[in-house]
Design a protein. Structure first.
Length: 367
């Protein structure tokens, strides 16, 4: 089976994607690697075994450029303005994080090429990436979310004081500001007054065109639960409680200090939570209603009074394999993802995509 690992991307989460991909590669045999550079070039990553290799610009410059061209499943080598076939791809293990990879764009290309891939589809990926849309989706399922407001860059820059007044009146303080389409806690700020809110929005709009502002909770815990489909059944992991001294998990909490991705972040696992049963049901409900594929991680905020759905990660860091210790090792998880992706693509390709019609000849044929 010809499997490609796809990762990197023109995204603030580029580096985290590289880490996830290399964790996956260490548990696989017989695969190729398609690395998407920070500039958006698709490259065949040969002789790049370590994440640190991707900090070497000279090494990256020497990598050959590749392409997918719909409707073919072929991975092509680009050279001298021509395409040369490398091989037909049987499955793609997606390790993208953030925009231009996790958000449905890469999934759309692979759909057009007929290549099975191991993540949520186009719609679920796009909804999951957009914090504003996902929150509305969850509310529509009748699940609890924190109170929030949102604004866009154009509106904010044309009337900063008015937008600040509107948000502060609706939510009060403290509040948390997030770029709409970023993950890994990039661009997030906690603010306690109008001045801090303005600075937080200025920061968020460096990364995105829209920002969401959420009412901050007091005395809460972060609790994460993963889900994956196997043989048509949605499996739900045990809960984890990531640990931090801050109001939220920062990028540094997740990835710095020599940690190798989310798998080595500080956490309590398994985390005994009295509301686990209801939260697990919420994960299943979201996974099913959003028609998720592959492994996802749903993040909750938990207080003494209840829980709130916070976000979904449709390609979680380290593929969330650390939440499946009792069910899968990483190699088994990857095999499950690839098997499910291939079966799902076959089912969809067996669907009817044509409809016999004479509308063109009747309306536009010769009279």
């Amino acid at each position: 089976m010809n499997v490609v690992i796809m990762y990197g991307g023109k995204s603030c989460e580029h580096d985290i994607s590289v880490i996830t991909a290399k964790q996956a590669a260490a548990n696989m045999k017989n695969f190729a690697e398609v690395y998407v550079s920070r500039e958006g070039k698709w490259l065949l990553a040969k002789n790049m075994p370590s994440p640190s290799d991707f900090a070497d610009k000279e090494k990256i410059k020497r990598l050959p450029e590749v392409a997918f061209v719909p409707p073919y499943k072929t991975l092509w080598l680009k050279k001298g303005g021509k395409l040369k076939k490398i091989f037909d791809v049987d499955a793609a293990l997606l390790c993208f994080h953030g925009v231009n990879g996790e958000d449905g764009r890469a999934q759309g290309l692979l759909e057009l090429c007929g290549v099975p891939y191991t993540s949520c589809g186009v719609t679920a990926s796009a909804v999951g990436m957009d914090k504003i849309v996902f929150k509305e989706f969850v509310k529509g399922l009748g699940l609890p979310v924190t109170k929030s407001a949102w604004t866009d860059k154009r509106k904010y820059q044309s009337n900063k004081v008015g937008v600040i007044d509107e948000i502060s009146e609706a939510l009060g303080y403290p509040a948390i500001v997030k770029p709409c389409n970023l993950g890994s806690s990039i661009g997030i700020s906690v603010c306690g007054n109008d001045g801090e809110l303005m600075r937080a929005l200025d920061t968020a709009f460096e990364f995105d065109e829209r920002a969401i502002v959420e009412q901050a909770l007091k005395n809460f815990s972060d609790v994460n639960i993963a889900a994956v489909k196997k043989g048509g059944e949605i499996l739900v992991s045990k809960a984890e409680n990531p640990l931090t001294w801050h109001e939220y998990l920062s990028f540094e909490d997740k990835y710095s200090a020599g940690r190798k991705g989310m798998a080595e972040s500080k956490r309590r696992f398994p985390f005994e939570c009295p509301m686990y049963g209801d939260m697990a049901d919420a994960v299943r409900k979201i996974y099913s209603a959003l028609d998720c594929k592959g492994v996802v991680r749903v993040d909750f905020l938990v207080t003494d009074d209840g829980f709130f759905v916070n976000e979904i990660n449709t390609i979680p860091g380290s593929l969330a394999y650390y939440l499946w210790r009792d069910e899968f090792d990483m190699a088994s998880l990857i095999k499950t993802l690839i098997d499910e992706a291939a079966a799902d693509m076959k089912r969809r390709q067996d669907a009817v995509y044509g409809y016999k019609s004479d509308v063109l000849t009747k309306s536009f044929g010769k009279k």
